[in-house]
Design a protein around this ligand. Structure first.
Ligand SMILES: Cc1ncc(COP(=O)(O)O)c(C=O)c1O
Length: 474
């Protein structure tokens, strides 16, 4: 049948996507009967439930119709020429574009309307008062913002507000001139790559890692050197002794393991960077929410050799659609990073910057952080309690103190069992997401990323109960 699964998300979604592609490309014509679930399951070596869920998804998407006794048939749809099957032959592409084509799919989980209790990681807390507050700030900003091009490094009001916030909450001392407002961490990384890396330059990333960072670096042409992490963060003893230009790390909350880099490792990493003259990209995407004990000082605040490029984002403390973040640049890179930003997009939209600056200056941001912190604490506690009450026999939870998800390792299931669990849970409206796609080297036993920010406490209770039941049933 030539169905190419893309390894993104649960298996039934991958199968539904592959079938959808075949239907939209006209490889399956309208009225044609899809193979019986048992037959397809056998052909693909997957469970029959997975095929059933995939078919149900296709029916919900109006691409197929299921009738009792006559199986599932393709609906009448207009075939489309899909961009992913365009033939690139003969078309000259840049080396960047060719590398980007070869990257393979991004394996980050998404929301799904059929999954009611989705324990999605990476979701921020969506707090209704925040939207109201931003609405008023944005409409005021329309009248207040200078309609001309703003400074490419960002509005000085926002850069100052970011400095005050960082000094107060993250212990980072910086001046507005050190700050460049970006479109999130992702743009910060591509600006940094442009400024400090040439093609084939070696870059250290953590194993496991954040896939979008890896892909941006690979597309840029970096040679990736993956270094393992443990409960104390990146294993500094495994860092290459020379030659590395940049190390991308998540010390406050390792993604996806949730490990907090220990103080000793932080000092070792800084020493290594100074000795090898490497830059450190400190991705502090999730440093704000620490639920037990005090947070450790950032690498930037411990750095005495001006080697740390500190990067923050509003994607977790507010939400990702804002596409706002910032770089706190080492003195030596300030000018080059600002030039890269200028040449990239002439600066971030001044309107949103203006609204955010007002929100930060008038105390709204601090109030939001207090509210969000307390609510996240509550949700995390409900999740942990539910896991303990309903699934302790099956799941060992890693004791991570920061971040918006916890990691649960499955005590009794192997990887085939994990696949069955995900399919079985999806059938009950429970979204589960494996951790192994983020590892370079597969962990010995399967684990789940269990996000708690996107569900209410009562939903989290139901979700953990469902999880316990699914595990019992398997
Ligand atoms: C490790 C890591 N860094 C950064 C981000 C946020 O990226 P951005 O600021 O581009 O939205 C995420 C989002 O999930 C992440 O997991």
């Amino acid at each position: 049948m030539n169905l190419q699964l893309d390894a993104v998300g649960p298996l039934y979604e991958q199968l539904a996507r592959a079938l959808k592609r075949a239907i939209l490309e006209g490889r399956w014509h309208s009225g044609q009967r899809l193979p019986a679930t048992r037959v397809l399951a056998r052909q693909l070596g997957i469970s029959r439930n997975t095929v059933t869920y995939a078919y149900e998804l296709l029916c919900a998407q109006q691409l197929a119709v299921s009738r009792h006794g006559s199986g599932t048939r393709v609906r009448a749809v207009q075939p489309v020429r899909s961009p992913w099957h365009d033939n690139p032959a003969g078309r000259p592409l840049s080396r960047y574009a060719r590398r980007a084509r070869e990257l393979g799919p991004i394996k980050l989980a998404r929301r799904h309307k059929l999954i009611r209790y989705n324990l999605l990681y990476g979701e921020p807390l969506l707090d209704p008062p925040l939207f109201n507050s931003l609405r008023t700030k944005l409409s005021a900003a329309v009248l207040r913002t200078d309609p001309n091009y703003a400074s490419p490094a960002g509005l000085s009001s926002l850069r100052s507000a970011v400095c005050r916030y960082l000094a107060r909450r993250r212990g980072v001392a910086c001046m507005p001139e050190d700050v460049i407002i970006t479109h999130g961490t992702q743009q910060a990384l591509s600006l940094v790559a442009r400024v400090v890396l040439d093609e084939f330059d070696p870059v250290v990333i953590e194993d496991p890692h954040y896939q979008l960072a890896l892909h941006a670096l690979r597309a840029h042409g970096a040679r990736i050197h993956s270094v393992r992490t443990d409960a104390d963060g990146i294993v500094t003893a495994d860092l290459p002794a020379r030659g590395v230009r940049l190390a991308y790390v998540t010390p406050a909350c390792q993604f996806p393991s949730g490990a907090v880099m220990s103080f000793t490792r932080r000092m070792e990493l800084l020493k290594w960077a100074a000795q090898t003259e490497s830059w450190i990209f400190e991705d502090d995407y999730n440093g704000e929410f620490v639920f037990e004990g005090a947070s450790l000082p950032t690498l930037r605040s411990l750095d005495t050799h001006d080697r740390v490029i500190y990067v923050g984002t509003f994607s977790k403390v507010m939400y990702p659609a804002l596409r706002l973040g910032y770089i706190v640049s080492p003195m030596r890179l300030r000018q080059d990073l600002a030039s890269a930003k200028y040449l990239d997009d002439l600066g971030t939209a001044a309107l949103e910057q203006n609204a955010l600056a007002t929100f930060m200056e008038n105390g709204g941001f601090d109030r939001h952080l207090r509210r969000a912190g307390a609510e996240l604490q509550r949700r995390r506690a409900v999740l942990l309690e539910g896991l303990n009450r309903y699934a302790a026999e099956h799941i060992e939870v890693t004791n991570s103190v920061a971040g918006l998800h916890v990691v649960g390792w499955l005590r009794k299931l192997d990887y085939a069992g994990l696949e069955r669990l995900i399919g079985h849970a999806a059938g009950k409206g429970l979204g589960l997401h494996p951790i192994h796609p983020f590892y370079e080297k597969m962990p010995p036993r399967p684990g789940l990323l269990l996000g708690f920010a996107g569900l209410w406490p009562a939903q989290l209770d139901v979700a953990t109960r469902l999880l316990g039941r699914c595990l019992d049933e398997l």
